[in-house]
Design a protein around this ligand. Structure first.
Ligand code: CUA
Length: 345
């Protein structure tokens, strides 16, 4: 019996090494991911070892104690083995409790944002992400400082989404009507991708956002630049509004293009000027013809299609697929600029 147990334990060690030595998970890029990876392997190594020992003993027993040919006698009666039963109750109980304790410590540490986190608001909608930094700096890209905890405050405009950056481990649902929170502390610089991991509609697979982790001084200068640009853009729009002319037109079309990208239109629609070719919703390169078919002036038709997408549904497409929240989530300036961009003006 001792020989069997030794063989089973050796098998457990070999299979555990095979499992651990192959890189199954992406290289960690956050403190939270380090802890999640530790928890994962803590539980997995225990599971592999127990599994290998049990299977090893079963296979050996089936082979060593199999019935001999012509042997029709009963096996010896057994009344149990108290020591063995106590052992196989206590050992698994201790292992499961230890996994529970490790998980509880990791969950609590991963939720701790420390005394000075960077707070970033996250707005999710079908099918785009937006981020807001202190000082009302809005961005379509998630930029994070190295080694400073970032606390996300997340809201959804429509359905349930879920925020996940694979290398950073943490994952949290974004639920309409609730502000959910999550903390990520990046541990290496680089570019990553934020992915929506909750099936949220036809454009779900396209709901991604670029992520960049910068050294703290670089992050500070990025944020300062964004703040200055935000103030500049607001000033420019105001002066364009009073002055009119070609410069205002240029600013409006830039805003239109930017709105097309930030509202996630390209996730579903093909539109040549924006360089998108998605096929989930109708293409937007023939809006003049579509407006004519609907019997409406072009600009009115485009605006209606954005704000009230079920009013006219292009043949071959389903109503109710396009989000009906753009009337609330886009500012009047963004809406006008988007209509102008789409009509090619
Ligand atoms: Cu948002 Cu899937």
């Amino acid at each position: 019996m001792i020989r069997v147990t030794v063989i089973a334990v050796l098998a457990a060690i070999v299979t555990t090494l095979v499992a651990v030595l192959i890189r199954w998970l992406p290289e960690s890029a956050s403190e939270q991911m380090d802890r999640i990876t530790f928890t994962y392997w803590f539980a997995t190594v225990i599971s592999i070892a127990i599994f290998s020992i049990v299977i090893g003993l079963i296979v050996y027993s089936v082979w060593a104690f199999r019935v001999q040919p012509e042997d029709d006698t009963d096996g010896p009666p057994i009344h149990g083995n108290t020591k063995l039963e106590i052992a196989w109750t206590i050992v698994p109980a201790l292992l499961v409790i230890s996994i529970g304790l490790v998980s509880a410590v990791v969950i609590s540490k991963n939720a701790n944002a420390g005394s000075d986190p960077l707070e970033v608001k996250v707005f999710a909608q079908q099918f785009a992400w937006k981020f807001e930094y202190p000082g009302e700096v809005r961005s379509d890209e998630l930029v994070m400082p190295l080694r400073r905890p970032v606390e996300f405050h997340m809201e959804s405009a429509d359905v349930i989404h879920s925020l996940w950056i694979p290398q950073m481990g943490q994952k949290q649902d974004v639920v309409p009507g609730v502000t959910t929170k999550i903390v990520i502390t990046p541990t290496r610089t680089g570019t990553f991708t934020l992915i929506c991991t909750e099936l949220c509609g036809l454009g779900h697979a396209t709901m991604r956002a670029p992520v960049r982790v910068l050294e703290q001084p670089e992050f500070a200068s990025w944020l300062a630049k964004q703040r200055a640009a935000g103030a500049g853009a607001a000033g420019g729009a105001a002066s364009g509004g009073t002055g009119g002319g070609t410069q205002a037109g240029g600013a409006a079309s830039a805003l239109g293009k930017q709105t097309f990208a930030s509202a996630g239109c390209g996730g579903c629609h093909a539109f040549e000027p924006a360089g998108t070719d998605a096929q989930i919703g109708p293409g937007l390169d023939n809006l003049v013809a579509d407006a004519k078919k609907a019997g409406e002036p072009e600009d009115a038709y485009i605006e209606q299609s954005i704000v009230e997408p079920n009013a006219v549904v292009v043949a071959g497409y389903q109503p109710g697929v396009m989000p009906q929240t753009f009337g609330e989530t886009l500012s009047p300036e963004e809406l006008d600029a988007l209509v102008a961009f789409l009509s090619g003006k």
